[in-house]
Design a binder for this molecule. Structure first.
Ligand code: 13P
Length: 253
């Protein structure tokens, strides 16, 4: 069984100095952590400095987004090769904020996943429904469509190198987390769909994380569920004590 994965998505927060301070404190705290994999996703501007701190430590580094082309005339964009160059071994893809605020599509997500696979970067693919979709009973069909388009064309080997993050849009940054029951239902659906419709291996399995208002008060309850393989944490990952408490609840569910 793989270890739980806890990812801190710092979003558009922290200047370089506080980012380095938080990364250093995490490295110090995690030096002897066992049984959990921890990754942080700082903003682009602090990635290089943070990479110098996490180098050689168990703490992984992720990008929050990238362009699917390797280089070229794409003003304002960042290539995944550039993220790899500064030490990233993971990247988020298709976060709901990218989808809703910056027009990211499932087709675009698919291009990015293929690009990440080619570079050996582990893609963390985000899916999730809006409140309107949940209220209309469209949660599972929404996720099915995000997965079927987003994951098109992966080889059997590539299917073993993918992490899914279920992040219901209504739970992100609202303080209202999905209940463990709601998360388990969706994770079971995702797992079944990946195996039965998209040809993922049942034996190898795929890690499915939950994200959306995860905090030290609810993390134990969520992470004790065997269907929930870890957490994608936003706001609470910006605070050392909160993030460490969430990490600890992944170790001792
Ligand atoms: P919050 O934990 O702040 O709700 O954010 C979740 C998220 O979007 C992580 O990617």
């Amino acid at each position: 069984m793989t270890n739980p994965l806890v990812i801190g998505n710092w979003k558009m927060n922290l200047l370089t100095a506080p980012a380095c301070e938080l990364a250093q404190s995490l490295v110090d705290r995690l030096s002897d952590a066992r049984g959990v994999e921890v990754v942080i996703a700082p903003p682009f501007t602090s990635l290089y400095s943070v990479s110098q701190i996490v180098k050689g430590s168990p703490l992984g580094l992720a990008g929050q987004n990238f362009h699917y082309k390797s280089a070229g005339a794409y003003t304002g964009e960042v290539a995944l090769e550039m993220l790899k160059d500064v030490g990233c071994n993971f990247s988020l893809i298709g976060h709901s904020e990218r989808r809703s605020l910056f027009g990211e599509t499932d087709e675009g997500v698919n291009k990015k996943i293929h690009h990440a696979m080619g570079l050996g970067i582990l893609p963390i693919v985000c899916v999730g429904e809006t409140l309107e979709q949940r209220n209309a009973g469209e949660t599972l069909t929404t996720i099915e469509s995000q997965l079927s388009i987003g994951l098109t064309g992966l080889s059997p080997e590539e299917k073993t190198r993918l992490v899914i993050a279920y992040e219901p849009v209504w739970a992100i940054g609202t303080g209202v987390n999905a209940t463990p029951e709601q998360v388990v239902d969706v994770h079971k659906f995702i797992r079944k769909y990946l195996i039965e419709s998209l040809g993922f291996s049942e034996e190898i399995g795929v890690r499915i994380l939950y994200g959306g208002s995860v905090n030290p008060e609810n993390s134990k309850q969520l992470l004790k569920e065997k269907e929930i393989d870890g957490a994608l944490v936003g706001g609470a990952s910006l605070n050392l004590e909160s993030f460490c408490a969430i990490i600890n609840s992944a170790i001792e569910p």
